[in-house]
Design a protein around this ligand. Sequence first.
Ligand code: NAP
Ligand code: MG
Length: 499
Amino acid sequence: MREYKLFIDGEFVDAAAGQTFETRSPSDGSVIGTVARAGREEVDRAVSAARRAFDEGPWPSMTPQERSAVLLRMAELLQGRRTDLSQLEAEDAGHTLRLANLFTIPLGIYHWQYMAEDAGRLDYTAPVPRTDFPAPAWQFVQREPFGVCAGVIPWNFPFIMAVWKAAPALATGNTLVLKPSPYTPITALELASVAQEAGLPSGVLNVVPGTGTVAGEALVTDPRVDRIAFTGSTAVGRRIMQLASANLTPVGLELGGKGPTILLDDADLDIAIPGALWAVYLHGGQMCEAGTRCLVPAGMYDEVAARLVELSEGLKVGSALDFETDIGPLVDHRQVDTVKRYVQIGLDEGAKLLTGGDVPTGVPEGGYYFQPTIFGGVENSMKIAQEEIFGPVLSLIRYESVEEAIRLANDTIYGLAGSVWSRDIPRALSVAKRIKSGTVWINDHHLLSAAAPHGGYKQSGLGRELGRWGLDEYLQIKHVHVDQTPTKAQKFWYQVIGL
Ligand code: NAP
Ligand code: MG
């Protein structure tokens, strides 16, 4: 059994009173490690360390290129550990070995590297257009780190989420206290160990696994925190924004979604059918930007439904640690209960269960599994089409006209991401333009880019991560004004108060 500690001020330490929790493998429910549990006291120490590292340490005053160099050393070390990281993500978070090795760990490392490099290329000063009244002046804008950032992340993509918080914060000269989910703390702690090995100055990155209600609230209410970045559910996002309002701490929120997958009547079904399942079943549907509502033209509905069901039934559900597995476990038994509850709600609402809907057989004992599930005949107003289920459940919704498809796609409190499937790109673009969400993919889904912004419209969040937009969120903007009036007499404005 492995033992993990908190990472505070450059060192791995126990909780003050030795508190720990266990982290489990979703594939069979076995305990894979004990982890020191951060409470209020540990969060306080971590924020003090981050504060000191920002106020007195070298990090914020190093040049962007010097910071990049340290972070790129970390990228190299992460590359060297990628097989181990994939194994750990599979064990701790239930990412299948294929998902972790082919996608999530390489993508996380690439995003780290990209943001580290890009922050080194950013212009940290920018000119301001000249104005004439009250008098010409030399003005520019200087971009500076906020200070101490807090990152609170969910359990679905633990390594990528840690990267999305740490890379932009650190690359722009901030320091960070990161609170991972207690379900999946391990890869964030591995990132900390890489930071230690690469010589990141002490206190710049601190990782404090603990519960949201204790460690999370202590962190987001600490008045020494200058910026909060949260990824998680819309309900908790709302709570964090309320808590942050006490100190008016700026918040970035990446929240839930109920993404549409819009099949137009000229879609290439050989791509769109697997594409619609890729959109919803990746990581068992435990994705904020999953395509959970598939909008299908009425004239194609029967064919699409039959082909989706056939393909879905061929998918193998099993242990994350088996290379043959297509769909791995859900994170926890409570998540299985939630999905079961939504299936019952769907049935009660009158949706038609086309396939799945239950716990599968022939899966490892003690694991948290659910069958890939498709509901047909779903009305967009039903709960299963409106609420985030976070499991492998697809709702098929019939539409008569493209106008109706657009209306249904937008009829949700969320606006994170969606996809449009068509052979006619100009037509797909005209639909994409009218979808109220932060990302629209055409003829694919899930492909978030290191260079492009990710974030939500409506109740899917505030602000953007990734790309230049993501780096900007971690930089304060300071206007510097250098007077250009050589004589006091020219400063007529002093006369306003008789000087
Ligand atoms: P969650 O319950 O909202 O929790 C997210 C994180 O916040 C966890 O670390 C949690 O700790 C912590 N937390 C909970 N209550 C808190 C509080 N009062 N103060 C401070 N921190 C608190 O979400 P989840 O169940 O872990 O993750 C699934 C959700 O994340 C889904 O809604 C999904 O859509 C969303 N998500 C969004 C994105 C995106 O980019 N938009 C990406 C991934 C996931 P505990 O676990 O101890 O409660
Ligand atoms: Mg775990």
